[in-house]
Write a protein that binds this ligand. Structure first.
Ligand code: GLA
Length: 388
């Protein structure tokens, strides 16, 4: 991203003058631990070098002006009228964060914002979380509010729920705020304790494959899955009260699963519990350098998301199946919420060059869609960009 260009666009949009600053917050790829965050479980995401940039400044008036290089739309919202905007407007992400500061008694006066993202939209790599965390980080820094990064992530999560209507977990916002170069974040979502796990993949790289299947009904289906997990918690609590599914290990869950009368809800719960166990195992094998076992866990995660949680769909399944056919692929799975978006595959360096072409061809033949491929670069979390 060319910062000088972005600064130029900023002054063309809003006029020059004032002290503009530049910030960045990354998207994320989750290596394993899908749909476990809101079940009080473990996740293992990494922050990407892809993300969103923001140029912003204080204006001294009582208006927020929003522009982005990604769409042509521009918006002005009075500081006294911050409320969710209709029609899935992207400004709900920054506005939702500003509302969270206000709830803490930290009033944000007028600002000009210019966003610019390089995460493919709707690809499940958390472009929305990056905008939220970016806004939270920038506003906090500019006004010297002194809010800790983890709290900024929690505020961003609440913004997503209250202004975008997605009752998401904490994984995406946490990864965007707390990411570290070449490390995965092993995060316990019920305590927010975390550990950075160095990503030593030997002769392997992570390739992200974008199915280009837009995640149409993602938010309603997502909220539906959460509801099913809550139903499972209620059923299981008849035996012994629990507050989250991931409090149970797999053996305990299997012994108690008959308390869940609905077979669909039972399968949803089984996914959450078994996935949590896989993350534990994944952290262990990753630390011991056993990349092959890590790949097997990725495969098992996808199967569980496909058959028990039912959030994959034909495009993600086709991408994973075609990826696994390539020599040197140790594992492949969907990443993020599902219903479209991206997969992540662990690929031997020698096969990486041909991977996109071979998988792309086979995937297009099966789905009629033109996929995109990126080699994942694991970068740091939200930060101010120095102006040289
Ligand atoms: C989305 C949500 C996350 C998480 C994943 C699934 O990305 O924002 O909180 O639940 O789906 O693992």
């Amino acid at each position: 991203m060319e910062i000088s260009k972005l600064l130029k666009t900023f002054s063309e949009t809003y006029g020059s003058g004032g002290n503009a600053a530049v910030y960045f917050a990354p998207g994320r790829v989750n290596l394993i631990g899908e749909h476990t965050d809101y079940n009080g479980g473990l996740v293992l995401p990494c922050a990407l070098s892809l993300g969103t940039y923001l140029v912003c400044r204080k204006t001294g008036d009582r208006e927020f002006r929003f522009a982005t290089t990604n769409f042509s739309s521009r918006h002005t919202v009075a500081a006294d009228a911050v409320a969710p905007q209709p029609g899935n407007a992207w400004i709900n992400y920054p506005l939702g964060v500003i509302a969270q500061f206000a709830k803490k008694g930290l009033a944000v006066p007028g600002m000009d914002f210019l966003f610019s993202g390089n995460i493919p939209n709707g690809s499940g790599l958390s472009s929305s979380a990056s905008i939220e965390v970016l806004t939270a980080f920038a506003v906090n820094d500019m006004f010297g509010f002194g809010t800790e990064k983890v709290e900024l992530a929690l505020m961003s999560q609440r913004a997503e729920k209250e202004f975008a209507g997605v009752n998401c977990g904490i994984m995406d916002q946490f990864a965007s705020a707390m990411g570290a170069e070449n490390s995965a974040i092993a995060l316990n979502c019920s305590t927010l304790e975390y550990e950075l796990v160095p990503l030593e993949l030997g002769r392997h790289v992570l390739i992200i494959s974008n199915t280009k299947k837009q995640r149409g009904l993602a938010s309603s289906k997502y909220n539906e899955r959460r509801g099913e997990c809550e139903a499972a918690v209620r059923n299981l609590s008849a035996i012994k009260p629990i507050s989250h599914l991931c409090e149970l290990d797999l053996d305990t869950f299997l012994a108690r699963q008959d308390a869940i009368p609905d077979p669909v809800v039972r399968r949803r719960a089984k996914h959450a519990v078994s996935e949590n166990q896989r993350v534990k195992e994944a952290v262990r094998v990753l630390k011991s350098g056993d990349i092959a076992s890590f790949g097997k866990l990725m495969d098992a995660s996808h199967e569980s998301l496909r058959y028990d949680y039912e959030v994959t769909g034909p495009e993600l399944d086709a991408m994973v199946e075609e990826s696994r056919k390539i020599k040197g692929v140790l594992g492949s799975r969907m990443t993020g919420a599902g219903f479209g978006g991206c997969t992540v595959s662990l690929v031997h360096r020698d096969s990486a060059a041909g991977f996109a072409e071979q998988v792309g061809k086979a995937y297009s033949a099966r789905t009629g869609l033109k996929p995109e491929f990126y080699t994942a670069e694991i970068g740091g979390g939200a930060r101010k960009v120095p102006l040289t």
